[in-house]
Design a protein around this ligand. Sequence first.
Ligand SMILES: NC(=O)c1ccc[n+]([C@@H]2O[C@H](COP(=O)([O-])OP(=O)(O)OC[C@H]3O[C@@H](n4cnc5c(N)ncnc54)[C@H](OP(=O)(O)O)[C@@H]3O)[C@@H](O)[C@H]2O)c1
Length: 328
Amino acid sequence: MTQLKWGILSTGTIAKKFADTLCQLPNCGTLQAVASRSQEAADQFAGSYNIPRAYNDYLSLVRDPDIDVIYIATPHSLHYENAKLCLEHNKHVLCEKSFTVNLNQATALTQLAKENNLFLMEAFWTKFLPAYQLLNQTIAKGEIGNITHFRAQYGFAPTGARYVRKFDPNLAGGTLLDIGVYALGVAAMLLGYQPEHMYSNAIIGEYGTDTFNSIMLSYPNGITAHLITAIGTVIEQEAVLFGTKGQITLPNFSALQSFIVAKSDGISYTVDAPFETNGFEYQIRETAACLLANQTESSIMTHQNTLAIMKLMDEARAAWGLRFPCEA
Ligand SMILES: NC(=O)c1ccc[n+]([C@@H]2O[C@H](COP(=O)([O-])OP(=O)(O)OC[C@H]3O[C@@H](n4cnc5c(N)ncnc54)[C@H](OP(=O)(O)O)[C@@H]3O)[C@@H](O)[C@H]2O)c1
């Protein structure tokens, strides 16, 4: 494999962002085909990004012998069946977050990828952002002493059809799988993927999925975290890492491009790490690098990382009594 050929499965909002980014990364491969449930949407998408092939069903995409890797950007409820279809047709997969609806589905996919010797990664783009490398260096230098607590909050308010879609239980909607995964994922990146205890609660809305959730975590070393996410209420996206000698504020932590260090000795400064393109370039480069090196798993966003987050989300939903129709 010298020049990667990508397929895109679906033509929604984030599929467009992905296509737009890949078109600006000549060393990461080319867009070979797109598939949609409708020919019109596939043709329109293909026209926008100069994609040679446009299919009106997902099966035709996975059957295309010229495609190496497929990016999946459908609603959460479909990730399992879409990724399974790709893996069963010998395609490598980069799949949007949340990776699947639950841990069972995620485990089955990682096993299938291993059995078929195929690359599989959750498109948790946040983990690849350069700002997090700088943040880790800042923490390691002891700039804020020992970490004691992390808090993160994020809420947005969609309207109209998008509001209904965001909460649709048939699409595994609700706050947790949509954006709670960012708060949990960043907490895991900074504090580890194995909290000792988790206490959580949620407000379940009119569609039967969570409109608001609050998750408290504690870790074996005594560090704690409190995460709040909501859909339907605008809550400025921000996280703060507290230490014995100061704190670090992470504005827009899911798309981190800078952070503010405020030390208890009065010194404060900002560290900037702007995106080269739009932030998606780093996860795309990682996927391409793994594939060109014949690696079936990223060492940055591992299968275990994905499974650990899915397990926490399963446990949270179990505590709230929230099951999706596809889990019946
Ligand atoms: N990484 C990020 O920054 C980011 C941001 C937003 C969303 N996401 C994730 O990306 C995924 C897609 O989100 P999105 O915002 O792009 O969603 P979206 O705009 O609603 O697009 C989803 C696409 O999935 C396809 N689809 C197949 N079956 C569907 C169904 N029953 N109902 C609705 N759509 C269906 C449709 O494409 P066709 O009709 O062409 O098949 C649709 O355009 C989700 O997992 C979400 O969490 C990631």
